[in-house]
Design a protein around this ligand. Structure first.
Ligand code: BGC
Ligand code: NOJ
Length: 830
């Protein structure tokens, strides 16, 4: 364990422990891993949603609030007039102790004050549409204590976008029911919605409640001093419109040393049309056991499903068992790749946090974080393909389903929707397509899936175009048209046309926008006759094209493999001829055919993306291009915190380049350290056998090696998308944490290219690239049910090159270990 100013890692429990609630930014975690999700900050902020952060938002969140991160799951304790929260916020009453433990899909926040210790465990049980909050209250004094506990959640009116804009309607629609300890949120349920939410205490009676925000908080009060909490008395309010909330009130008596558990549960239910309403409840409403803000009796919600779940989790034992199941799931997920080395930071990253972040990005794509509002973006085509490469070894069946979903949004010409909505799985028409790197990523994702699982049958899956029934062709055909989409869209230098943008969403070479109300992403004022070409796509095409060729050979289609290889060879030639600037690869040709990312340019002379992908592709390796490009990256892009995206940064707006030149120098795509593409260069370095360089950059980008948590600002346990670059006001300051392709790429880099354990069609390839200081490590890898216990020895401090391999004591030729059932001991000497 290592102590730092705001927190430290507890590796044994796979937790990051925050010891000071006033972190430099809210440090969050994610609850749930399949349908029901929550975001939770270290002070209890955040919200829940079901599947889609926009269309099924369950609790409300205020973005850009003052102070930051207000609203969330709050427990208030009124101890004889002293009012406090276990998570410090919102009251911010100084606590006697505070700790927040962010673990694998759970968070435990514990605070104490005046002899009361309050601990809340937040998690979503597996296969359950509800968040459990297990509250443990303990009297640590030698006297009897009587305290008042209030819970608090604020309902979102389902659509997170209209919830924050359409108040002429919203403030009249809110409806609730109260049934014992359960508060139901049923806005719009009587008409078109088939879902409601509820917040309950499963194992205790309550002594009061509130469902109307204004009655509970008071119009002139704040989250920090709700009038009911301050007065120590609920108002038993019934919401009619305005802002419905759910708050329980419980009077708690604790003998000296006594502790009590209360199980709160916040859930979501869907009912079929014919089962929506409850006739039985009409009587209960008449005799007052049920309270409803609805005028009509016939629309009381059918509570059967909620009641069943409440019953299921009505004991501490049941909750503890569900929590243990969650832990077991993570034990199994994190058992597929385990490294043991004498670098505890490396172990921590590989064995815990990198894999955890990959699960989160797989689930959320770029939708919901404290930087992504959850209302703007669905699942990205390229993003999801990259994410699944970091996740496929965890639950291959979910990766399989995802590949089919993604491919189903492709168009017959190989182009594809840039995004799709998780609820409908349909392409997003507002954004459309035209990002010419997108198709290549489908090959990237599919190949990774087959190499992990050996499941070639996915290639025969019928997959439609644009989700149109009747248009199905095999997934393999989708891969073919993906490959062809590049080949059929070449520009004057025989390099790939960029379209709206390539991986870099902000390199908008056909946009030409002078209107701030236009979207850089979708505007094409100058698309006709565009000649803008991308070297990033060229490199990506060669990397994924080689994968495609290998796949064709695997399935015995040698003619197609040969055809494809020719296209790749031509692309390599085109890059060498028109894409090499002398010391590095060019980035692009603009609309007019002018160079971008050339020494001839005044700003933006060199870009990271084309260096990353063209070196990864090994283009011009023999001619020394790979080494030269890496040297140039080190010379012009590198700094203390990693490599910036481009250099020199743009200082003025270039209409012919678009959004990239809109950012101030040093931020985001304009010379920020875009963590996502640093691993590309690391992999390029491994292609050139430059282990020391590769590990140096790796340690700059992995948050495990962070030196200054305060400067980094965002969570020190996961990668963020961007760290401010050397031209920024505060180099080293991180932004946009959690949802970034960096997660999958860092995983791929460390697991396959640095530690060098790579799934192939036949088994496992062992090809490490090491820092000369690394003398030995071992990896346990479970692939397709076979366990490999691999020890790598590097007595001479080499950077690359396997000398010998024995499998179960027998020496093998080459560096591929055939996949055979059972358990194998593998010894590798470098
Ligand atoms: C950001 C990009 C992002 C894009 C998505 C831009 O403003 O800088 O990182 O990919 O928006 O639409
Ligand atoms: C974030 C987007 O999600 C991703 O698709 C894109 O490649 C990068 N930004 C770079 O622009």
């Amino acid at each position: 364990m290592e102590s730092k100013n705001f927190g430290y890692f507890d590796d044994k429990n796979r937790e990051f422990v925050i010891t000071n609630p006033a972190t430099p930014f809210p440090w969050i975690n994610y609850l749930g891993n399949e349908d029901f999700f929550g975001l939770i900050s270290n002070t209890g902020g955040g919200y829940d949603f079901y599947k889609d952060a926009k269309f099924r938002r369950i609790t409300r969140y205020r973005y850009n609030g003052v102070p930051m991160d207000n609203g969330g799951r709050y427990f208030y304790i009124n101890d004889n007039g002293t009012v406090w929260n276990p998570g410090w916020k919102p009251c911010k009453t100084p606590l006697d102790s505070y700790e927040c433990r962010h673990g694998m899909n759970y968070t435990r926040i514990t605070g104490s004050k005046n002899g009361i210790e309050a601990s809340v465990l937040f998690f979503v049980p597996l296969k359950t549409w509800a968040e459990i909050q297990k509250v443990t209250l303990k009297n640590t004094t030698s006297e009897k204590k009587t305290i008042k506990l209030f819970s608090f959640a604020e309902w979102c009116l389902w659509n997170a976008a209209t919830d924050m804009e359409n108040f002429q309607r919203n403030w009249s629609t809110g409806e609730v029911e109260i049934d014992g300890a359960t508060i139901y949120h049923k806005t719009e349920y009587k008409e078109r919605r088939n879902h409601y939410a509820y917040y309950t205490v499963t194992n205790a009676n309550i002594d009061g409640y509130d469902t109307d925000r204004e009655s509970f908080i008071g119009l002139y009060n704040e989250f920090a001093d709700p009038q009911c909490v301050m007065a120590g008395k609920p108002s038993n309010s019934l919401a009619h419109g305005w802002s419905p909330i759910a708050s329980h009130y419980i009077e708690v008596e604790l003998a000296p040393g006594e502790s009590k558990d209360y199980i709160f549960m916040l859930g979501y239910v869907e009912n079929a049309q014919e089962e929506k309403f409850s006739a039985e409840d009409i009587e209960r409403k008449k005799n007052g056991t049920l309270i409803s803000s609805q005028d009509s009796d016939v629309t009381l919600v059918n509570k059967a499903k909620a009641n069943a779940l409440i019953e299921k989790f009505s004991t501490v034992e049941a909750v503890d068992a569900a929590f243990a199941e969650l832990a077991q799931m993570w034990d199994a997920l994190l058992d597929k790749y385990v490294v043991k080395s004498d670098d505890e930071r490396l172990n921590r990253m590989v064995n815990i946090w990198s894999q955890y972040q990959c699960m989160i990005t797989f689930n959320f794509s770029r939708s919901a974080s404290f930087f992504e509002s959850g209302v703007g973006r669905g699942m990205g085509f390229r993003d999801s393909n990259q994410d699944l490469v970091g996740f496929v070894h965890q639950i291959p069946s979910r990766a399989r389903e995802r590949i089919i979903d993604i491919a189903s949004t492709q168009f017959p010409d190989g182009g594809c929707y840039h995004q799709y909505q998780p609820l409908t799985k349909h392409g997003n028409n507002d954004i459309g397509g035209g990002f010419n790197d997108d198709p290549c990523w489908l090959i990237f994702g599919t190949v990774a899936y087959i190499k992990e699982t050996g499941d070639f049958s996915i290639l025969q899956e019928p997959v439609p175009f644009d989700n149109e029934p009747g248009t199905e062709v095999s997934l393999m055909e989708h891969l073919r048209i993906s490959f062809n989409h590049v080949v059929e869209n070449l520009g004057p230098h025989m390099l790939p046309l960029i379209g709206r943008a390539d991986w870099n969403d902000c390199l908008n070479l056909n946009c030409f926008s002078w209107d701030p109300n236009e979207s850089f992403q979708t505007t094409e004022n100058n698309s006709e006759g565009s000649k803008a070409e991308s070297l990033m796509i060229a490199g990506l095409f060669v990397v994924t094209g080689k994968d495609y060729v290998e796949l064709c050979k695997q399935i015995g289609d040698n003619a197609e493999a040969e055809r494809a290889q020719k296209c790749i060879d031509s692309m390599v030639e085109a890059v060498k001829k028109h894409g090499w600037d002398g010391e590095w690869y060019l980035r692009a040709y603009d609309f007019y055919g002018n160079k971008i990312g050339s020494n001839e340019c005044e700003e933006g002379k060199i870009f990271i993306e084309s260096q990353g992908f063209c070196t990864m592709a090994g283009i011009g390796l023999e001619e020394g291009m790979v080494d030269k490009a890496i040297d140039s990256c080190k010379k012009y892009l590198d700094c203390e915190h990693g490599m910036v995206l481009n250099n020199p940064a743009y200082t003025t707006y270039h209409v012919e380049m678009g959004e990239i030149s809109s950012y101030p120098a040093g931020y985001k795509e304009n010379a920020g350290i875009f963590c996502h593409n640093n691993p590309w260069v690391i992999i390029g370095e491994t292609v050139a056998g430059r282990g020391n360089d590769a590990w140096e950059l790796f340690r700059k980008i992995s948050p495990m090696y962070l030196k200054d948590q305060a400067l980094h600002k965002v969570e020190p346990y996961v990668n963020c998308q961007m760290v401010a670059g050397k031209d920024a006001a505060k180099p080293g300051e991180g932004k946009n944490s959690w949802l970034t392709g960096t997660a999958a790429w860092m995983w791929l880099t460390v697991s396959q290219y640095l530690l060098g354990i790579k799934p192939t069609y036949d088994g496992l390839m062992i090809d490490p690239c090491l820092d000369s200081d690394i003398k030995e490590y071992s990896v346990k890898r479970i692939l397709r049910g076979t366990e490999y216990d691999i020890t790598v020895k590097n007595p001479n401090g080499n950077q690359k090159g396997v000398k010998s391999i024995t499998v179960d004591g027998v020496a093998i030729e080459g560096n591929i270990i055939k996949a055979t059932p059972g358990k194998h001991v593998v010894e590798v000497v470098m």
